[in-house]
Design a protein around this ligand. Sequence first.
Ligand SMILES: Cc1cc2nc3c(=O)[nH]c(=O)nc-3n(C[C@H](O)[C@H](O)[C@H](O)COP(=O)(O)OP(=O)(O)OC[C@H]3O[C@@H](n4cnc5c(N)ncnc54)[C@H](O)[C@@H]3O)c2cc1C
Length: 411
Amino acid sequence: MRIAIIGGGAAGMMSAVAANENNPQAEVFLIERNDSLGKKVIISGGGRCNVTTGIEEIKLVLEKYPRGAKFLNSAIHNFPPRAVQDWFEEHGVPLKCEEDLRVFPASNKGTDVVRAFETFFAKHQTKVLFKHIVKSIEKENNSFIINFKDQKSLSFDKVILALGGQAYRQTGSAGDGYSLAEILGHQITELAPSLSSLTTKETWPHKLSGLSFLETNFKAFGQKKYQFSGPFVFTHWGISGPAIFALSSLLAFENFDQKRPLKIQLDLLPEKTFEQILAELKNFMDQNLKKSFKYALSKLVPLSLATIALEQNKIALEKNNGELSKQELRKVATWLKSLSLTIIDRRPGHEFVTAGGVELKEVNSSTMESKICPGLYFAGEILNIDGYTGGFNLQASWATGYLAGVSASKT
Ligand SMILES: Cc1cc2nc3c(=O)[nH]c(=O)nc-3n(C[C@H](O)[C@H](O)[C@H](O)COP(=O)(O)OP(=O)(O)OC[C@H]3O[C@@H](n4cnc5c(N)ncnc54)[C@H](O)[C@@H]3O)c2cc1C
């Protein structure tokens, strides 16, 4: 049996492993346009590669996918985060789980993850074809003819499409998979960037660039109301960090720009009620009537933020605690509890994943085989599945890749 796996990223590499392991007699071809494997894996997690999550309970893992969770159920049960970790450890990549449950190679090197696959392929004589750009696929009776840009066409019994999405195109995933899936009769759902920083209309966040918060509550007001909590950071252009990535994922299909901005509201002090903030500030102010209010506020939030809070509420920076009016105090407390920002953009070209992809109704979730074109399988980001940051996108790629590889190699 000849199996072609198109795309040497996370999903394709894991498909090739599973096909080889499950059917050592099968001839497994891993076809990649680049001259090396796993370019995106190597840059993922800031070069450290957040391989998967340390969350063990599958129900909780599935909650991290705003799209595709139900479909993923079989694949993740079959190859859960624990099994993924075991696989890497058994193939020479010791891992570590950090406090926030993100799992990385102990070496902090994404290259080690890819090296594990390269070693496996060399040992199992997997045929890795580099610099092969797939242009089209034809199905003739029970076989598939793959046509390349510069090479001779090749024929296969089974094909796994693992060409990724269209985020970070410079890594090789430029959206070609969607047109190949369409040629073979599949629908592609609406595509949108997901997991990106957000640009604000307000320019003051750049003055706080780098200031991070461990826990903040967010509400976004698009066609629906969205809510999320978690860490975030002010950036040169607006806001970023895990909670903002998650929010961007929920907002993936919302249209917003300069002309149609989107309002979000932040609670910068979620652990305190409005009344507690007032009481704490009042208490400190009463005992320090001659000191500046900015100083009182800096007992609650960093001084740089206290300064912006006063500027934004038009309170003189040098105003003493004794001079501050009740209304001014309430205004500042309200600002901290429901700070309003205007979102006008996603940082274009900087998103981590593509939301949308191959219509899941057309794929058998227990095997990853197409319901429309027998012998054709899908794995990874090409599918209409995407997760939050924290190792969930790679986990989906390993799991769907593994299942597709096992299913395609069955005789
Ligand atoms: C900067 C960044 C950081 C990230 N960090 C993390 C993280 O830490 N943890 C996490 O879980 N997720 C992370 N992600 C997301 C995750 O990396 C992807 O979801 C995952 O790698 C997708 O795997 P894939 O195999 O489906 O696709 P890809 O990794 O995109 O692989 C597709 C492959 O197909 C090849 N290809 C495309 N077209 C053709 C063609 N016509 N012919 C031949 N070959 C072709 C491409 O060259 C590529 O090698 C990150 C993404 C980015 C961009």
